[in-house]
Every structure is written in C-alpha cells, then in structure tokens.
Design a protein around this ligand. Structure first.
Ligand SMILES: *Cc1c(COP(=O)(O)O)cnc(C)c1O
Length: 373
C-alpha cells in the first residue's frame, strides 16, 4: 500500500502554469498581478471587502495583534485547544494569552466560559475555528460587545466554512488564514487577513510593508515589518482558488467515507457538528474512548504508524506547555474539555488524492485493533 501521509497538497490545476508565468514575468517579489488577483478573489470568497496576503498564518495573527494595538500587560482570551501560533502571536506583542476551555459541542472556545475570564486588562478574544468547525460567533460577538472587546477569527483550519449561512473570515472585524502545506488551500507557506474596514486595511498594509507611507516613498510614520507574501506564492494560490470547490468536494468525499467505514466501532467518536454549522473538511478527526475501544489513542496511533499510516494527535492543552505552565493565569488549572480532547483526539489522513481503497484500509485497521483488544 505504501506510506499514507496525513496531508499532501493537490497542485494539479494551473498552479504550475501560473508559477512559470510569474517566473518568466520576473515579478517574483511581493508585487505583481497574482498578488492583486489572489487578494481580490479571496476577499470575494470570504464575503469581505478586502484580503491582505502575508507570509504565513502566524504572521497574520501577529499582524492582527499589532493592528489592534495590543500591548504589554493586555490580556487576550484564546481557546486552550488550538495550534501554538494563536498563543505565540499574543506573546509577540508582549500581551498574555488567557486560556479558555472549549465547548464539547464545537471543540471551539466556549462562549459560556468567557465572562469568568474577563478582567480589566482583557482587550479581546481570538476565536479559533478548530479542525474546520466554526466557533459560535454570535455568542462570542455578543459578549465582546457587552465588555468592549475586539474579536479576531483564526480561520487557519476552516477556509470557507459557514456559520448560520455566513462565511468564516467575515464574522468578526478581522480574521486570519494560513496556507501552509496541510491547510485546505495552500501555497506551501502563506497567510492572509480578511476585513471590511478600509482604515484598518491601510494600517495593516502599512505595518506589513515596513511601515512605509503608501503615498510617500521612504517616509515611515511607524515601525513596521516585512510580512509580505511573494507573487510566486500568490500564483500557486490563484491556481488553488480556481479549484476550491473541487478541493473541498474531494475532502468531503473522504469525510463521508470515514464516517461510513468507522461507524459503529465501539469507542470511536466523531467530531460534533453544531446545527448552525457547515464545517470545512480539514483533517478528519476521531476520538478514542479507551474504555470502550480497549486501546488508548496513543497505542492506536502507534499501530497505524506500524502499518505506514501517518496520523496526528490533537493539540496539547496550551496552558500546560513550558512557555505558559508557570506563568499563565490558568497555571495548574484543569480545563476539562480541552484536557480530555487533547488526550483522546486524533486526525486521520485527509487530502484530495486519497483513494477510497486507502480510506477503507485505514478504517479496517482501526476496526481490527478493536477486535484484537
Ligand atoms: C496552521 C495554523 C496557524 C498558523 O499558520 P502557519 O501558516 O503555519 O504559520 C494558526 N492557527 C491555527 C489554528 C493553525 O492551524
């Protein structure tokens, strides 16, 4: 069967052609027609006025913190179950992430837990749409409104997911995306911010480009950064965007087959879907209840690895990791839903070219581990 990877980018459309066009045009830095085209197309698909490309998803979050003027001493509420980049971006500006447990019904930050974490230092909330599932944005935006907080969506894992019929990226004043190699759309490394406010856009574009005044070359009103994305990367993204429906359709096929083949195995659970959610099919997730399944998640992963099937454990509870476990406001606390999911959750191979026979094979392996318990 050969090794089955967790993720492989699908670059089978016009990606190669557009990269060659970019190379031959000599526009290989961060200006060029593919940058403009990608930003326009992506904004349209996210139902926002603008999109700003940046060199990765972590930088998109960092730039969001800078644009919102987050400072040392500020606190930002983030879910404890997310990729480390969400927390790192808060630290880059000297602020403190305050970890909030996730909702068992969405695996995203639990709106019911937000209020108890708000202090006079709290400035905002980063809502992560985890594993493709949108966070409960109306509830989050409501609490933010009551307490005068900003909201940012981290949509790195949820391109084009829908929340009550609206597209992620358009559900808060600012949203961030990643186009890393395992994400739904990819340029290898890449990221973007989506937004509607033209003033905020100007501030973001200025900070992204070394702080230069867009109307006055080499005049720098603020200290900025070089966070730009290349025209070559945007050429790849233009190829990806043309086929976004196909890419998502392929991933949905994989989700449906995993559901079908894994259904009824005692102890194997699926990602919940809220009634108002249309999740993006990112990496297929399961949970392993060792009592019922007879085998712990880590043992199941080891057995799959032996059969050359690559998997990923869920993210670890961030408040327990070295950069945060001593210093964070949540040190030593139990965040029960995050703590449980990070111990029992895992992602299975999910990429557009994954054949039905391989999905059946992977599911068969999981079923055989149950039988052999
Ligand atoms: C991938 C990811 C990021 C960071 O993106 P990079 O492009 O790898 O820097 C941020 N947040 C979440 C939730 C992610 O999954």
């Amino acid at each position: 069967m050969g090794k089955i990877s967790v993720a492989i980018p699908d670059l089978s459309g016009n990606e190669e052609k557009y990269v060659l066009e970019a190379l031959r045009s000599t526009w290989i830095s961060s200006t060029g027609s593919f940058v403009n085209r990608f930003e326009a197309d992506f904004a349209k698909l996210c139902d926002t006025r603008s999109a700003v490309s940046v060199c990765n998803g972590t930088v998109a979050l960092h730039l969001a913190m800078l644009a919102l003027d987050v400072r040392p001493g500020d606190e930002v509420l983030i879910p404890s179950l997310t990729y480390i980049a969400t927390a790192n971006a808060v630290r880059y500006v000297g602020a403190e992430p305050v970890f909030v447990d996730v909702d068992p019904l969405t695996w995203c930050i639990d709106p019911k837990m937000l209020e108890a974490s708000i202090t006079p230092r709290t400035k905002g909330i980063i809502a992560v749409h985890l594993y493709g599932h949108p966070a409960d944005m109306d509830a989050i935006n409501h609490i933010a409104g009551v307490h005068g907080l900003w909201v940012v969506e981290d949509a790195a894992e949820a391109h084009f997911a829908k929340y009550r019929g609206r597209t992620v990226g358009s559900l808060a004043p600012l949203a961030t995306f990643s186009f890393y190699g395992n994400k739904i759309l990819t340029s290898g490394e890449g990221g973007a911010l989506t937004l509607n406010d033209p003033h905020l856009e100007l501030r973001i574009r200025t900070l992204r480009g070394q702080g230069m005044d867009p109307l006055r070359r080499y005049y720098f009103p603020v200290t900025g950064y070089n966070f730009r994305l290349t025209n070559i990367a945007c050429a790849i993204l233009c190829g990806q965007i043309e086929r976004y429906k196909e890419i998502i359709g392929q991933r949905r096929r994989i989700f449906n087959l995993y559901h079908e083949y894994l259904d009824g195995i005692p102890g194997i659970g699926f990602q919940p879907v809220a009634p108002w959610a249309e999740p993006a099919p990112w990496l297929f997730s399961i949970t392993v209840d060792a009592q019922e399944f007879g085998t712990y998640r880590d043992e199941l992963m080891a057995k799959l690895a032996k059969a050359d099937v690559e998997t990923r454990p869920f993210f670890l509870s961030l408040h327990r990791l070295p950069p945060f476990r001593e210093s964070s406001r949540r040190r030593g606390e139990e965040l029960p839903v995050t703590d449980l999911l990070s111990n029992i959750g895992m992602n299975l191979p999910t990429y557009p070219g994954l054949e039905n026979s391989k999905i059946e094979y992977i599911a068969g392996l999981i079923r055989s581990v149950y039988r052999k318990r």
